[in-house]
Design a protein around this ligand. Sequence first.
Ligand SMILES: NC(=O)C1=CN([C@@H]2O[C@H](COP(=O)(O)OP(=O)(O)OC[C@H]3O[C@@H](n4cnc5c(N)ncnc54)[C@H](OP(=O)(O)O)[C@@H]3O)[C@@H](O)[C@H]2O)[C@@H](O)CC1
Ligand SMILES: Nc1ncnc2c1ncn2[C@@H]1O[C@H](COP(=O)(O)OP(=O)(O)O)[C@@H](O)[C@H]1O
Ligand SMILES: [Mg+2]
Length: 277
Amino acid sequence: MEKINKSILSKVIKARNPESYKGNYGRILIIAGSLPFGGAAILSTSAAVHTGAGLVTVLTIPEKFTAMNTAVPEAMTLDYNDKEEMIDAIVKNNVIVVGPGLGTSPKTEEIIDTVIKNINPDTTVIMDASALTVAAEKSIDLTSIDKLILTPHQGEWARLSGLDIPEQTPDNNLSALNRIAPKAVLILKKHHSEIYSSEEVLQIDDGNPGMATGGMGDTLTGILAGFIGQFGFSLETISAGLYLHSYIADKINKTDYVVLPSKLISKIPKYMMKFSN
Ligand SMILES: NC(=O)C1=CN([C@@H]2O[C@H](COP(=O)(O)OP(=O)(O)OC[C@H]3O[C@@H](n4cnc5c(N)ncnc54)[C@H](OP(=O)(O)O)[C@@H]3O)[C@@H](O)[C@H]2O)[C@@H](O)CC1
Ligand SMILES: Nc1ncnc2c1ncn2[C@@H]1O[C@H](COP(=O)(O)OP(=O)(O)O)[C@@H](O)[C@H]1O
Ligand SMILES: [Mg+2]
């Protein structure tokens, strides 16, 4: 399995064109959060904003608007109970994160269905957390999405693939991905996370157990969305986003026993500047 190394960061992260404006850096929609899991939506959104996404909109429940606007004033908030607003937002944005903290109520199935039916063919969809759990439970067909990234942890991948954790070998993972969504990129999150796609299988050697804390995966979704919004959909962009997440976590873990997702997020702009070319 080929390893992803630090060189991917300067390859992917570009210095900004002086004449550019926010519209050049991606329109990101994050569909996330529910009453118990508002933090997941905040972390995903905050990560996308700190990664440099041009315009970030969150579709969530109105009960969480104040918390969201206080934590991330840069992001706009819309109500996911308003179907028309949801469809409008799905059509207008070019990267969509769906899942962090959504929970497994029937609303989540409706949201996934609405995304699948309304996305533009060129839109990237990043499916995480509750969206993966519900897609597995309801056997939702994911094959129609051209640019799809799945980001399960091993428990979520077990539900989606039917593979128990000891059975999650590279060969088994590839054939399960081929069955579930052959065009998709799978990031299997674990110690030394792996990327599976029809092109290549890759792995990071970075990351640490200080990252084993709630919200760390939600943070990754925002970083990936911000990267794709700015640098385009490719295996290299996805690899760089995954790598940066663990790279910053390793820097923090030199002094901090636990790597707080919000601390990691606050350091993203500094490390992106360091590697921009
Ligand atoms: N602040 C917030 O708002 C936060 C909100 N969050 C939101 O919570 C929702 C539920 O997501 P979730 O991941 O917490 O729970 P779930 O989907 O039930 O998976 C757990 C099951 O999988 C198993 N398992 C096996 N391997 C595993 C592994 N490597 N990592 C983790 N689990 C592993 C595990 O096995 P066990 O520990 O029981 O042995 C258990 O059976 C989701 O919407 C998420 O976004 C969180 O992001 C936290 C911060
Ligand atoms: N021991 C570990 N070593 C390396 N990375 C880890 C470790 N534990 C967790 N991580 C990383 O932290 C993130 C956890 O994601 P996830 O379980 O989805 O968190 P949450 O849903 O709470 O946001 C993943 O990117 C995973 O690779
Ligand atoms: Mg998660």
